[in-house]
Every structure is written in C-alpha cells, then in structure tokens.
Ligand binder design. Sequence first.
Ligand code: SF4
Ligand code: SF4
Length: 113
Amino acid sequence: MTFVVTDACIRCKFMDCVEVCPVECFREGENMLVIDPNECIDCNLCLPECPADAILPDIESAATPWIELNRTYAAIWPAVSSNAGQRPPDAEAFKGVAGKYEQYFSPRPGQGD
Ligand code: SF4
Ligand code: SF4
C-alpha cells in the first residue's frame, strides 16, 4: 500500500502535508503535489493534515484514478519538504471544486526545495 494525492489538491496546495512526512516523499508540481510510491512508508501522518482531503490510501476506490499520476510525476517533479510561504493566495477558493484535473492540471514541475 501507498498513499496518493488526488485532484482535490490541484490549486489548493496547502502544503500542510509535507511538514509531517518523515521520509520526505512529496514531489511538487506547478499546482499540486504527488507522493512517491517508492518512498512512502504508509505511516498515515499526512492524511489528517490535509485541509482539502486530498490524500487517500491507494486501497480506496477513489484513489485508483490517481495512482498512476502519482507514480508518473513523482519520477519527474522535484522533492518538497517545507511549506514555508508557499500557499497560493486563492487556495481556499479552489477547495472542493469539481473537475479540477480537466480544467487546471499542469504537468509542469514546481520549485521544490
Ligand atoms: S495538504 Fe493536501 S491540498 Fe495541501 S499540498 Fe498537501 S495534499 Fe495538497
Ligand atoms: S503516508 Fe507517511 S510516508 Fe506516506 S506520504 Fe504520508 S506522511 Fe509521507
């Protein structure tokens, strides 16, 4: 099992999750994060920290569409382990918005740290 980030993270990117991960397995895209499945130790620390409910264990059916996206972009995007000053100013406005992948997903990498 691993944990995955779903499309609920897109344009929210609150980054509360990265601070608690003991193995620094979050990777940063331009407007969402993913989890590196090869690094995640299934500790469950990040899930309750996410204000957008964007993190799920991969055994949940709602996580299934996002498993491959996490695997693919974890290999491309840079690691991020600090949330200092990174929350987008309009993050709250995109919390819970439907269809964010189709409208806003960006394959471009974030800055990382
Ligand atoms: S806390 Fe949730 S919304 Fe924020 S970056 Fe992490 S997964 Fe995305
Ligand atoms: S479950 Fe634990 S190891 Fe996996 S991404 Fe979350 S905090 Fe990191």
